[in-house]
Design a protein around this ligand. Structure first.
Ligand code: MRU
Length: 363
């Protein structure tokens, strides 16, 4: 059965939910530069790095100072605004070609999160129009992409919390929180919202090798006084067998038109285990994460990160016989997913047909 609950983003809902946004900010636009919270240093250090050009923003994305699909898209949008500021001020005749080159550079930063390409397409479409003040216009659009993402997260939080009603426990993977978005978070947004309604046991996997769960999700939840329990990734099957959790709640980097979901490596394992143990799987993502141009998850580019991010130092030497295979995303087929929660509504048991309802909804 395909249940689609459609809601409309009214100005009132956006106003109401924006007032609730007090979560940590991965990205801060200062008016002249982009401050990026360096997530490589969390939880020990809280340091923002400032960027005033697209080259810097590209590096911040590629090196994972900022990560998480929606946050990557927002950073890239600001990166385009910075490129326009830089090149338009320097040369009012040739700035467009330079900005085009910077957009191509930003697009090369990471391959899997479709929000990156979605945001760059929006910025490119804006720049194709005649603009009196290209600097102001691109900053305004980047800020809108940022604030729309926060509003969408807060709506998804409420919709996802409705699904969780009465559940005693859930598990999340990676970090799909304020750190990975404009604010509030997708999967962590749902967790924030359900916690305002009821108590629930929250488990998070470490998310090896980069430890988004152990370092980032744990930190975000602790900041807000939300108790949670960390598990080794390999403990997930045993946790499910114990009956402690009713739902897996995760974000996404790219969702295909039929509902296959690319997300942090290990999500597929969790979905397979969930099927075995009668646990439900909720994917929470804004519609900017849906890639309507592809149906089959096998067509999603899966990022391979360098071996050194996985290999112990001992094996990182010339002549070592030990290499590492380090795909950082996997694809969970739609049939293993119970619900996809978007800001336009919830799609149960996703298929091409049921997701179409979300696509056609005008917000
Ligand atoms: O490699 P990362 O940390 O960028 O991967 C992030 C994820 O896989 C998240 O689950 C996804 O981007 C959703 S974030 C709201």
């Amino acid at each position: 059965m395909h249940n689609i609950a459609i809601i409309t983003l009214t100005a009132d809902i956006i106003k109401m939910t924006s007032a609730l946004s007090t979560t940590v900010q991965a990205l801060q636009w200062t008016g002249t530069h982009l401050a990026v919270l360096d997530q490589r240093l969390l939880p020990e250090q809280l340091i923002y790095n400032n960027y005033d050009d697209a080259i810097g923003v590209t590096d911040a994305i590629a090196t994972m100072q900022v990560r998480g699909a929606p946050a990557i898209g927002i950073a890239a949008a600001y990166g385009v605004a910075l490129a326009v500021s830089q090149h338009y001020q320097k040369n009012k005749n040739e700035w467009q070609q330079k900005v085009k080159e910077d957009i191509a550079l930003l697009a090369s930063s990471r391959p899997t999160a479709v929000n990156l390409f979605w945001a760059l397409e929006l910025m490119t479409a804006l720049l194709a129009q005649p603009l009196n003040d290209p600097i102001a216009a691109t900053i305004t659009l980047a800020e809108k992409i940022h604030s729309d993402d926060i509003a969408a997260n807060q709506i998804m939080g409420e919709l996802g919390a409705d699904l969780l009603s009465g559940a005693k426990g859930l598990m999340t993977h990676c970090n799909a929180g304020a750190l990975a978005t404009g604010g509030y978070g997708t999967a962590l947004g749902v967790i924030r919202s359900i916690r305002l309604r009821q108590t629930i046991n929250i488990y998070m996997g470490e998310t090896r090798p980069w430890l988004q769960g152990a370092r980032l999700t744990a930190w975000e939840l602790a900041q807000e006084g939300i108790p949670a329990t960390l598990i080794a990734d390999s403990a997930a099957a045993w946790l499910m067998k114990s009956g402690a959790i009713a739902w897996i709640v995760v974000g996404a980097d790219r969702i295909t038109a039929r509902g296959d979901v690319a997300n942090k490596i290990g999500t597929y394992s969790l979905a397979v285990l969930a099927k075995q143990h009668g646990v439900k799987v909720m994917v929470v993502a804004p519609t900017s994460t849906i890639d309507w141009s592809i149906e089959n998850g096998e067509d999603i580019a899966i990022e391979q990160r360098p071996a050194h991010e996985l290999l112990p130092d001992y094996y990182q030497q010339d002549g070592s016989l030990i290499d590492a295979w380090n795909p950082v995303f996997d694809v969970t087929p739609a049939e293993l997913i119970t619900a996809i929660v978007t800001e336009r509504g919830v799609v149960m048991n996703p298929t091409v047909l049921s997701l179409q309802g979300i696509k056609n909804e005008i917000c």
